[in-house]
Design a protein around this ligand. Structure first.
Ligand code: FAD
Length: 397
């Protein structure tokens, strides 16, 4: 039976990041993906590499600071994949967030970004409001602008997997992990190839990076390991055949105050996102009619020229699942920190990754490596992930 240092389940951004970090540290790595690279949440996000301005409202300063640090790094490491964009935040008489709150938030955002590239912000002079893609100016009080970065989440994940492979990691795709058994200092895992063959392999550490399937995978590990109380919250996006020329918009839903992004995306507009509780198979999630109506309602509220839009104008849509700690409050206000859970404190055999952000994949992988190092043999490092350049990979490359 093959033995590897680290077996990673799931080639979303976290699995890709873990495979890269472990391979860079000199370990042998097997990465298993059941469908395709980035088939899960990592191709269904808002595609932002951002600090998350709105997380300031819930006091998640550590997360925002770390995200902004990673944004700076990714702008250097992956310039073809991660680019700065200008964002506009219009404030109307009826907007819940007042101009002073936004100004304070943006100043704090700049401070947390360490006044790095992309930390600039300000207010757009009234005489330039006409440049904003037909944004309604009725009762408009201020328009703030700041910068954040946009990526292609699937392409970024593919680039990180390619980086891991260039360091020696082996990818098996499609191959589905069926379960695992913990033995003294290792894990024996079973997986199924696309052709139906069942195989076994042994790993010193199993990394469960199965995203919305992580709790299900954890339940197939014996003896049983702890599974945290989580819930899956669906976020939907719409693609509309409209062009945004000025940049990205950070809009406040007039219905419930949630932040909605309208983003230029391959010559169209990407609009998202919603938050609705998802039950059942994580592989089955799609935008519902109420979500389509909600998102279109926000766009039409702010852009009068598009008030005639209907569901028939939607050129594409997709939904992804956030993994959040279970709670009674609104999902919008819940922590977006990544939860790393091991089967035991010292020399863990399993590490599971729950939740998190696309932006912080590299930092999360570094933290996770620190948690599992005691379980791994000493190896000579091949590279450092904060210096590894990421290159776009051809779709069938
Ligand atoms: C609507 C929405 C918008 C978001 N927008 C942003 C954003 O703009 N910026 C940001 O930073 N973050 C954003 N996020 C968060 C971010 O997208 C996720 O945190 C991240 O993509 C999760 O990646 P992951 O690798 O953990 O999971 P996934 O990408 O879901 O990967 C898990 C993988 O595991 C595979 N798998 C599962 N079970 C098995 C098995 N048994 N065997 C083999 N393979 C298996 C799946 O096929 C899948 O490919 C958003 C999230 C959502 C839902």
């Amino acid at each position: 039976m093959t033995t590897v240092d680290v077996a990673v389940i799931g080639a979303g951004i976290h699995g890709a990041g873990m495979a890269q970090a472990a391979a860079a540290a000199g370990h042998s790595v097997l990465l298993l993906e059941q469908t395709a690279i980035a088939a899960g949440t990592s191709s269904r996000s808002s595609k932002l590499i951002h600090g998350g301005l709105r997380y300031l409202e819930t006091g998640q300063l550590h997360l925002v600071r770390e995200s902004l640090r990673e944004r700076t790094l990714l702008l250097q490491l992956a310039p073809e994949l991660v680019q700065l964009r200008r964002f506009y935040v219009p404030i109307y008489r009826a907007t819940r967030r007042r101009p002073w709150q936004i100004a304070l938030g943006l100043a704090l955002y700049g401070v947390l970004a360490g006044f790095s590239r992309g930390a600039a912000f300000g207010a757009l002079p009234r005489r330039r409001w006409g440049e904003l893609d037909g944004l309604s100016t009725e009762d408009l009080q201020r328009v703030f602008h700041y910068q954040d970065a946009q990526t292609d989440d699937r392409a970024l994940t593919r680039a990180v997997v390619a980086s891991a492979q260039s360091l020696g990691a082996q990818l098996l795709c499609p191959a589905r992990c069926l379960g695992a058994t913990l033995v003294a200092h290792a894990v024996q895992l079973r997986y199924r190839h696309a052709d139906g063959r069942d195989m076994e392999c042994r790993a010193r550490v199993l990394v469960n990076a199965a995203g919305p399937w992580a709790d299900e995978l954890a339940r197939h590990i014996t003896p049983a390991i702890a599974v945290p109380p989580i819930e899956r919250v669906q976020g939907s996006h719409l693609l509309l055949p409209l062009r945004l020329h000025a940049g990205c918009y950070y809009l406040e839903s007039p219905r419930d105050g949630r932040a909605i992004f309208a983003l230029p995306w391959h010559g169209q507009t990407l609009l998202g996102t919603t938050e609705t509780r998802h039950r059942g198979d994580p592989g089955r999630c799609a935008p519902g009619a109420a979500e389509v109506a909600y998102l279109l309602g926000v766009l039409k509220h702010y852009f009068p020229a598009w008030r005639g839009l209907s569901g028939a104008d939607v050129s594409g849509s997709f939904a992804g699942l956030r993994v959040l700690p279970r709670g009674s409050g609104h999902a919008f206000h819940r922590s977006r920190e990544t939860l790393l859970l091991t089967d035991r404190e010292h020399a863990p055999r399993v590490l599971s990754i729950y939740g998190g952000k696309l932006t912080t994949w590299r930092a999360v992988a570094q933290r996770a490596m620190a948690r599992i190092t005691a379980s791994l043999p000493a190896r000579r490092a091949r590279a450092h992930t904060d210096r590894l350049r990421l290159h776009p990979v051809a779709e069938h490359g």
